[in-house]
Design a protein around this ligand. Structure first.
Ligand SMILES: [Zn+2]
Length: 236
């Protein structure tokens, strides 16, 4: 049906720049879907050479292309997908501080339903976000007793499982942890090794940075901890 519609409109149209763009986008999407035939598009573009009039509306043609896309209802398979994750937890005395799966000696730790690992939480959200999936709170609700005190590596392994299931592998990951105290540099090698294991990735594609918050706001007053992560996923 889709091919037939495209063949019908190739009689007397003039290819304008905007129509060419619509066709290019359409063509790119089809290539992404790895669908072999492009006969209809070729016929439309060929019409440019034979056409001297413009009796068809480029808008309607673009809509025709779009309707064709909607009717097929296929999700484009992108060669790369990026995702961003952010997390923040309050710090309270008497709780463990766990960052990247590593227990960090400190006078306080994260208030959370799970183990409160701010770095792993935002890594999970970055991966899920890149895949277009619901976030960590949707997949592992904090009102579910099953996740009370859970080690956050469970969440990362599930995100990685979904990533592989959808045909992607980690390209690289860049994370920034924001905390006033303690200094994270002595713990970075252990955190990095843990992330390599959890993400099944080489150290060369994982980067972790730590910053203070210049004693400003809750982060700078040692009352909270936050982290940002950006990931690039690559199609396998
Ligand atoms: Zn969290």
């Amino acid at each position: 049906m889709r091919e037939a519609r495209l063949l019908l409109i190739d009689a007397d149209i003039k290819i304008t720049p905007s129509l060419r763009t619509a066709i290019a986008i359409h063509q790119f999407r089809r290539q992404q879907r790895r669908r072999a035939p492009r006969t209809g598009l070729r016929r439309v573009i060929t019409a440019e050479e034979n056409s001297s009039t413009s009796s068809s509306s480029e808008v309607s043609i673009a809509h025709e292309l779009e309707r064709g896309d909607a009717a097929v209802q296929e999700v484009p398979v992108l060669p790369f997908r990026i995702g961003h994750g952010f997390d923040l937890h309050r710090l309270e005395p008497g709780l463990p501080l766990i960052i990247g799966g590593v227990n960090i000696p400190h006078d306080r730790g994260c208030e959370a339903h799970s183990d409160g690992d701010v770095l792993l939480h935002c890594i999970v959200d970055a991966i899920l976000g890149a895949l277009g999936l619901p976030d960590i709170g949707m997949l592992f609700p904090d009102n579910d007793p099953k996740w009370r005190g859970a080690a956050s590596c469970v969440f990362v392994r599930e995100a990685v499982r979904r990533m592989k299931e959808m045909g992607y592998t980690l390209g690289n990951l860049d994370a920034t942890i924001i905390l006033q105290r303690p200094k994270l540099s002595p713990h970075k090698p252990a955190i990095l090794a843990n992330l390599c294991d959890l993400l099944e990735a080489d150290q060369s594609v994982i980067n972790i940075k730590a910053k203070t918050h210049e004693k400003v706001d809750s982060l700078g007053e040692n009352r909270s901890i936050a982290a940002h992560t950006v990931v690039l996923l690559m199609r396998k």
